[in-house]
Design a protein around this ligand. Sequence first.
Ligand SMILES: Nc1nc2c(c(=O)[nH]1)N[C@H]1C(S)=C(S)[C@@H](COP(=O)(O)O)O[C@H]1N2
Ligand SMILES: [Mo]
Length: 511
Amino acid sequence: MRRLLWGGFWGWLAFGALVVGPVPVGLPLWLRPLLDVRAPVEVLGERAFRALSPEAFALLVNFLEGVGRRYLGVTHLAKQLALVGANLLVFGLGALGAWTLHHWARGTGSFWTRWLVASLFTWVVWAAVLLPVAGGGWAGSLLGPQPHAAALLAAGSLLYGAAVAVSRKPGRPAGAGGLTRREALRRGARLMVAALTGWGAAAWLERAFAWAQSLFSRIRGLPPEVTPNSEFYTVSKNFFDPDVDARRWRLEVFGLVERPLRLSLEELRALPGYSRPHTFECISNPVGGDLIGNAVWKGVRFRDLLERARPRPQARKAVFRCADGYHTAVPLEDLMDPESFLAYEMNGEVLPKAHGFPVRAVIPGLFGMKNPKWVTRIELTDRDHLGYWESRGWSDEAVVKTMSKFTTPVEGGAAAAGTVEVGGVAYAGDRGISAVEVSFDDGRTWRPAQVKAAMGKHTWVLWAALWQARPGRYLLKVRARDGVGTLQEGRPRPPLPDGATGYHTITVTIR
Ligand SMILES: Nc1nc2c(c(=O)[nH]1)N[C@H]1C(S)=C(S)[C@@H](COP(=O)(O)O)O[C@H]1N2
Ligand SMILES: [Mo]
């Protein structure tokens, strides 16, 4: 153990990775929520990700997700694993640096010279090479508020230098002869430093973990992940929504099918059930708007219905007609999706009238308008059909745009200086959300936010961040990256015809 830790090149590598590395790498991550600075390793990792093509990025994310699922049994671990990977890389670099320095400084004797040289070397490499290249600015000027960032980089370098300086020079046989008092003291100091850095790293890991875990339970101002039925937004074209008599209601499946169906609600409910959470957003929802909600829906897969009706090969589209005269069409393949269904329950209750009693469609990836309520008839055809909103200029594809918004603070809100809780939701239909970033300076610099694992493949995510805010007026922005790796569209566009784009921006006063 002693030889492994203190002798030879590999010993150095292990030492660098296990003991030296976590200090400069881990300390800023640990202090990040307190000082509002980005950690140098994080900046380096982000730069590497930006350099990847969307395809390569998606591949990497899939690979890491696979590793997390298969070997650790946890989903949505890609980001954490990437951070561990980036850490390991920096650890390795650090160990190499330490070894080189040590050889170079051999014979210069005094602890103080070695400390100075090692610290300076570390500082120069990060301040003048790694950070400027990665977008962290010269001397870490873009890592965060100024004295904090500079002090952090200096402290990290000094700690790193100290860890290098106290450790033994490689190549000298250990334990030969008795120890002088001086040497014994030095060894004691070395062990202390190693123990302290090890303890610091462990404490950091624990803190970081607890912080990531608990942020979502303690932060105020986030919506419940599942929207209660009474708070779920409602949109319809009607002044008065239809009152459907469940006993007389029938669902008809006809058109290009071998066997037209006509089912009562009882017959429908007798078919195999299917349930999952799904988020709906209205295509007319403005940036930052409230026309979005998430619920657990239960019903019958369209596939199970259509298998009974047996679509003809020419069938391409499904046209829905509803009790209120509403109509819309979707590609047949969207209905054959095993995650596409006709819901008769919402959050464990009978589907409320406002949300389409007795049945409404739930179709992956599409805006609310493609999820008809009060459905009575489904016709398969080989032709295109422009629905109620589609024929009035709204998108016929109606694929959900990547969105993100603040729910806290609110626009024009005020908060006391110090730690300010920031958070909201993000949604990208069936693409999912891979990351959320928040800016406290009107989009000049961005910081990653914590993203809570999604409830399902077709749901929104909650996101949150802690902001160390000083008095002033700030413009806050948020943006998301979808599961394919594509960044949210930043150019502001109104909802008509394809759904709004642009970053949600709020003004906040810190007193
Ligand atoms: N029959 C019918 N279905 C409809 C509509 C409608 O007016 N009539 N509005 C659509 C629109 S524009 C939206 S955003 C969603 C809203 O669903 P929700 O009220 O359950 O949130 O329903 C869709 N389904
Ligand atoms: Mo809508």
